[in-house]
Write a protein that binds this ligand. Structure first.
Ligand code: NAG
Ligand code: NAG
Ligand code: NAG
Ligand code: NAG
Ligand code: NAG
Ligand code: NAG
Length: 856
């Protein structure tokens, strides 16, 4: 549990392109994390009851009974249950995959009665089920036939419930069979209908929920079971022609099937489309990936959260929509769809609807008419049910739009946890797992999801395929292909200032005047500061001694970079000079403001003064750094600059921009770019060399972090906890054709998709004293002999580094700069050492006041 972690608060709600999150190493980030020590794979099912001390987990070939408060404890009990070699051989002879399918994947594990659990496994394409004695954690009988209850393979969509010792499952069981919703044991066995109207079309099931609607019902209503899936669309019309759509279907628990018509079939099956779309763009999310049911105080308060994706497999995007039970019920009360002339065309049915209303459960009104069970329903009603499984009305999400839409992230699993904030409101916290093994935690405020944090749980990217939240254990359990992880619900103490704590908007956390604490662990709540609604109030009177003060002496005509690292991706820099706000975007203003600093172009004496950088987030300004800048005439003038081409990429901007020197400028630019690419090649080659030399494979963020332990402890910066590691970033695609950039983008495909943002974070690029000296850097200005100490250089860049801040195109700069690493007083290195030590940052400074927000 020492995986890299990113704590950047992400975009809220509907930003189509969110501020970028930085991957970074912070071993402290996953504090309290525990891992199951086991060699099993495919952790796909989990069960933990509210008051239980044991977590039951189904993996490939093994079932576990774990101590829920610490899954890594040695008290784990296991049942080894792998398919026999003969069965595997038979599976292979059917042409199945020997790496995935010919194993026993445990896909179902639930409570059967007070003493026994029930589990089903694919058993190398011959499903079996078995009872488990809970106390002993052993199989209590020989496995029995599981063909009607469990799919044959590990990836088939599947959901199931045991209700009153009856098992309800939905899947496309066999490879070629129709999908089916079944009630299995003991009886009466019921299924969905295939003819004349097929009720389910290539349905891919993701979830199911029992809603006890009989409780407190004034009409004597029945309990209902809801099934969630994606299926091939039947109702293709001109207005929407999607090949797949998300659905909710429901059946009544008391259904017994019909007597003649719909014998051994559901009489209460109805389905409706689940909508999750961006209405203003007519952009539909049709693939349902995961559903979580939040049970309210009464059945009517039930909520369904769904994660939706796009139909196109190569486009990553996720949307989170929330549906109320009453919205779902309304669709089932509305008009039906009809398939006219058995063609492919479906329209709303406008004819007479038989009585009692087809597809309803048996209620008091029906019982009064002598219809106590579904078997006594009239034939015309059942025949109508048989031909009209689909409702016309679509189920719209709350507010008719997603709570969250994210590009470049595919969420795979979700769980919701409710917490009462200090303001007395109940907040829903969503834990969402991604296809690359990350966990995102978000809080819902006013119909928007604010992402609190992102945690990388597994070193190798792999889909999260099971997720469970326990309020009693105060833990989140995450299962994936290779492992099972337990995390605390929150880690408040990672926020080290009042503003960080409040900006995070984690309902578990509050500032107690000295640190960010879990509100559960704090008896005296009156002194706690928390602001979930706005995320900006309460810290006004807390002491702010974190502003850094620095001085810079520069000579006239120099370019000066005043660095200001913002602690959060949502923050925007605000600069003042002697109290006046600086707006440095015009060409003659003499300033440029980027996301990581302010650039004074060709300093003039009147630009001396006190510069202050503040981070603006959530309408709150937090001071970060103050520079006293003195522009001096008496410093020695810069050496004459040869033209063209200059050996060192150091040119004043006025010359570059003057039309007379256009030719020279282009030549210099080409030279600079060439030089830059050469430098990068050398660095990359060196890094590659180091990586090969290191025995731990690819790149280890842990190692990077370990190399600079104290830096991390002192750094309050959420975005760059460890700025010592190598980063290579660019937002635009200047070097698209070059092998360097291509090589990088392979490592960083996720970020590349978010507007071409590239980044490598290899930690083992640090030269250690024992290592070979790095290859020499390409032609560069001679390294001046430097006085030491102090090693602070007038223009904010290391004097050993060329001032390589260059205009690259319309409004963007490529900035090659060193990490701000004063605490290690690192500036007394030669350029070669410097290059290797800091792990050069080529960072792009977008000269915009806000991070990029593009639209569809
Ligand atoms: C479960 O783990 C906790 C914490 O390690 C321990 O205190 C407790 O005794 C364990 N319970 C069992 C039944 O082993
Ligand atoms: C699966 O089959 C391939 C080819 O038949 C073979 O090379 C490989 O070793 C097999 N893997 C396992 C785990 O049996
Ligand atoms: C639970 O079910 C199992 C398996 O059918 C049975 O052996 C056991 O007696 C049942 N336990 C109770 C308390 O009914
Ligand atoms: C199980 O693991 C295999 C790879 O070993 C993977 O292809 C498959 O999707 C996994 N299945 C589930 C249900 O996680
Ligand atoms: C239906 O149930 C009611 C009460 O539950 C009972 O009085 C009545 O006899 C039943 N009718 C039939 C036909 O079973
Ligand atoms: C910067 O200047 C202000 C006012 O001119 C002064 O009070 C402060 O001490 C200076 N800070 C440093 C670090 O020199």
């Amino acid at each position: 549990c020492f995986r890299p972690v990113s704590l950047s608060p992400l975009s809220t709600s509907l930003l189509l392109s969110s501020p970028l999150s930085s991957v970074l190493s912070s071993p402290s980030g996953l504090q309290g994390c525990r891992r199951l020590q086991s060699s099993a794979v495919n952790y796909s099912t989990m069960m933990l009851e509210a008051d239980s001390q044991r977590l039951y987990v189904g993996a490939r070939g093994t079932a576990f009974s774990l101590n829920a408060s610490d899954i890594s404890a040695s008290s784990a009990l296991t049942i080894e249950w792998e398919a026999s070699p003969e069965q595997k051989q038979e599976c292979l002879s059917k042409g199945k995959d020997n790496k995935t399918e010919c194993f026993n994947h445990i896909r179902f594990l639930q409570r059967f009665n007070s003493t026994h659990l029930y589990m089903c496994g694919t058993h190398a394409f011959r499903p079996l089920c078995a009872y488990i004695d809970e106390k002993q954690f052993v199989m209590s009988s020989q496995p029995e036939e599981g063909r009607d209850k469990c799919p044959y393979g590990p990836t088939t969509g599947y959901t199931g419930l045991i209700i009153d010792q009856q098992m309800y499952t939905a899947s496309q069981y066999e490879f070629r069979s129709f999908p089916d919703i079944r009630r299995n044991s003991p009886s009466p066995t019921l299924k969905t209908e295939d003819a004349p109207t097929r009720w389910l079309n290539e349905a891919d099931f993701v979830g199911s929920a029992l809603v006890r609607e009989s409780e407190g019902s004034s009409t004597g209503d029945d309990d209902k079971i809801y099934f969630f899936f994606t299926e091939r669309s039947q109702e293709q019309t001109t207005t929407y022609s999607h090949s797949r759509v998300a659905r909710v279907a429901r059946i009544c628990k008391g259904d017994r099937g019909g007597r003649l018509t719909l014998q051994k079939r559901w009489t209460s099956f109805l389905k409706a489309r689940l909508m999750c779309s961006l209405p203003e763009y007519d952009f539909h999310f049709n693939m349902l990936r995961s559903v979580f049911t939040v049970h309210g105080h009464t059945p009517r308060d039930t909520l369904f959260y769904g994660i939706f994706g796009l139909e196109w497999k190569n486009v990553k995007a996720s949307a989170v929509c929330r549906f109320t039970l009453s919205e779902v019920q309304e669709a089932f009360q509305g008009p039906y769809m009809e398939n006219q002339d058995s063609g492919s065309r479906w329209n709303e049915y406008t004819g007479k609807i038989p009585d009692p209303r087809p597809g309803t459960c048996i209620t008091d009104a029906l019982r009064a008419m002598g219809m106590n069970f579904s078997t006594s329903l009239p034939d015309d009603v059942l025949d109508f049910v048989r031909r009209h499984p689909l409702m016309s009305q679509k189920v719209q999400p709350w507010d008719r739009r997603p709570l969250l839409f994210r590009r470049t992230t595919d969420y795979t699993q979700m769980a919701v946890h409710m917490v009462q904030g200090l303001d007395g409101q109940t907040y829903h916290i969503l834990y969402m797992g991604t296809d690359e093994g990350w966990l995102h935690k978000a809080v819902e405020v006013d119909g928007h999801l604010h992402i609190i944090e992102e945690l990388q749980l597994f070193e190798e990217p792999q889909a999260v395929n099971s997720l469970l939240v326990s309020a009693t254990q105060r833990s989140v359990y995450v299962g994936s292909l290779s492992g099972l992880v337990q995390l605390p619900l929150s880690t408040c103490h990672r926020y080290t200032s009042c503003y960080d704590c409040v900006f995070a908007r984690d309902p578990h956390c509050a500032w107690d005047g000295a640190q960010c604490v879990d509100i559960m662990s704090h008896a005296d709540r009156s002194i706690l500061i928390q602001d979930i609604q706005h995320g900006n109030r309460g810290c006004e009177n807390t002491e702010d001694d974190t502003v850094v003060h620095r001085s810079r002496s520069v000579r006239v005509g120099d370019d000066v970079l005043l660095q200001c690292e913002l602690s959060s991706n949502l923050a925007v820099p605000m600069w003042t000079l002697d109290g006046r706000e600086l707006q440095g975007y015009g060409l003659d203003s003499g300033f440029r403001i980027g996301t990581d600093g302010l650039l004074i172009i060709e300093a003039r004496p009147d630009q001396s003064g006190q510069y202050t950088c503040r981070a603006l987030e959530n309408n709150v300004q937090v001071g970060i750094v103050t520079y006293n800048v003195t522009v001096r005439l008496d410093l020695p003038p810069p050496p004459p600059r040869p033209l063209p081409p200059p050996p060192a990429p150091l040119l004043p901007h006025s010359e570059l921009l003057s039309p007379r020197n256009m030719e020279a400028m282009y030549l210099s630019l080409i030279t600079i770019l060439g030089g830059l690419c050469l430098v990068l090649t050398v660095v990359l080659l060196y890094v590659g060399f180091c990586l090969q030399a290191g025995s731990r494979g690819k790149y280890s963020l842990r190692a990077a972090a370990a190399a600079y332990p104290d830096r991390k402890r002192h750094n309050r910066n959420r975005k760059h906890h460890n700025s010592s590691h190598m980063e290579l970033k660019t937002i635009s695609n200047h070097c698209n054709g070059s092998s360097i950039c291509n090589g990088i983008s392979k490592q960083q495909n996720a970020d590349t998709q978010d507007g071409g943002f590239l980044q490598i974070v290899p930690g083992e690029g640090h030269p250690s004293p024992n290592k070979e000296p790095p290859p020499p850097a390409p032609p560069l200005p001679p390294t001046p002999q430097l006085p030491s100490p102090p090693c602070d250089f007038p223009n904010g860049l290391s004097a050993t580094l060329p001032s390589v801040l260059r205009r690259m195109n319309g409004n963007s700069y490529v900035l090659l700069r060193q990490s701000d690493s004063e605490s290690l007083s690192p500036l007394c290195y030669s350029f070669t050492e410097e290059l290797n030590r800091i792990l050069e940052k080529r960072k792009h400074t977008q000269l915009l006041p806000r991070p990029d927000e593009s639209s569809v």
